[in-house]
Design a binder for this molecule. Sequence first.
Ligand code: FES
Length: 204
Amino acid sequence: MTTRPVGLTRDLPAGRVMHAQADGKDMVVWRATDGTIAAWDNRCPHRGMALSHGFVRGNRLACLYHGWHYDRSGRCGLIPAHPDLEPPATIHATQYGVVETGGVIWVSADEAPAPDDSDLAPLRSFIVEASEDALRDAQEATSADGAPPAPEASDRVSVLCNPIEPGRTQVTVLTAPGLPLPRLRTLSRWCEAMRRQAEAKETA
Ligand code: FES
């Protein structure tokens, strides 16, 4: 599995849970109260409930259904209906690799995802109801049309794609760090124009 960007660090504060998809895999990404992050298969080992509906309790993720708690390593540490029972070590969420660089959360089926290091800053992460090809075409078209004003070389815009399913792409846009707010707003409008064009092309 390729390393894929699935969201922005700022969108996943401590104690929060996020649903993510990459390369056909359904995932839960969550951050413990100590700030550490984990990415797992989005199925509770008990009866398969989506763990992305769960909630963080300290440094554990609790399943919404029967409340089983899983620690950062994925191992079950508490079964509320049997609080005195030591859960067997075999009860374990399936882990994926996860790393954060430059304000972006990356996941991989490999243990240690290693995306390119970059000094760019995250602008936006959003879903486009279109393929990556349509998105790339729209990226070129909006640049050519210049309305809203297309990115300039000094913006150092980078568009990352995570094709989560046919006709659906998660897009992460990075820019040069320290751009003034008006420029960031303009680039955000450009992102919207790109999204609209890609979706229009997809449905045409
Ligand atoms: S399905 Fe998750 S605790 Fe039962």
